[in-house]
Design a protein around this ligand. Structure first.
Ligand SMILES: [Zn+2]
Length: 108
C-alpha cells in the first residue's frame, strides 16, 4: 500500500503495552536520570500518573507526577503538572518517557 503511512507506536519496555505515538514527540533532547536520553511527548496513552510533587530537575523545580504503565505498573517517566518558570511553560501537561523504558513497536 504505497503512500499509506501507518502510525508508529512506542510500547512499555516491560509489557509492550502501547503508551505513545511517535508523531506526538515534541522534543528528543530530554534527560532522565543519569545521562539517559528521554523524549517529551505531547500526549501519552494507557498510563497512570502518581502523586504530584515538586521535584528539582535539570531545568529547575517543577511539579511533576511519575507516570506508570497502565498495564504492568512500571515507572516510565514523568508528567509536568505545573511549571513555574515562564520559559519552560510549554512542558506543562506534557509527559517525558525515558528512552530505555519504551520500545518501538513494529506492529500496530
Ligand atoms: Zn507495561
Amino acid at each position: 500500500m504505497a503512500g499509506v503511512i501507518l502510525p508508529r507506536f512506542y510500547g512499555c519496555y516491560n509489557c509492550r503495552k502501547r503508551v505513545a505515538l511517535h508523531d506526538d514527540i515534541v522534543n528528543k533532547d530530554f534527560v532522565a536520570g543519569y545521562r539517559k536520553r528521554a523524549y517529551l511527548f505531547s500526549h501519552v496513552m494507557n498510563v497512570e500518573a502518581g502523586n504530584k510533587t515538586d521535584r528539582r530537575l535539570l531545568s529547575g523545580v517543577h511539579m511533576v507526577a511519575d507516570v506508570h504503565c497502565g498495564d504492568c505498573g512500571v515507572v516510565l517517566g514523568w508528567r509536568y503538572e505545573k511549571v513555574y518558570q515562564e520559559a519552560q511553560k510549554y512542558k506543562e501537561s506534557k509527559t517525558v518517557l525515558a528512552k530505555y523504558k519504551i520500545v518501538k513497536l513494529d506492529y500496530w
